[in-house]
Design a protein. Structure first.
Length: 83
């Protein structure tokens, strides 16, 4: 079952990374919603905590990376919205 979890983790995490890259390169955050990003970030933190509680390596792996990438998007949204 963890193999299925790792496959899902890789796909869902990888799907999020192009948005982070595009935002970093273009500095265009106009289409990003700060409330959505904050809710997503908090949700991912909760999924990460849940992964630790149930000792699921695939959940820990995916959500660790996604916490970082979603934090970066929140940071970009705040930083580039002021420019």
């Amino acid at each position: 079952m963890e193999l299925i979890g790792f496959a899902a983790a890789i796909l869902t995490t990888a799907a999020f990374l192009p948005q982070v890259y595009k935002t970093w390169k273009t500095k265009d955050v106009s289409s990003l919603s700060l409330p959505m990003l904050l809710m997503f970030f908090i949700g991912i933190i909760l999924w990460l905590a849940y992964g630790f509680l149930i000792n699921s390596p695939s959940m820990i792996f995916a959500n660790s990376i996604t916490v970082v990438s979603s934090f970066i998007l929140v940071y970009f949204k705040i930083k580039y919205s002021k420019e």
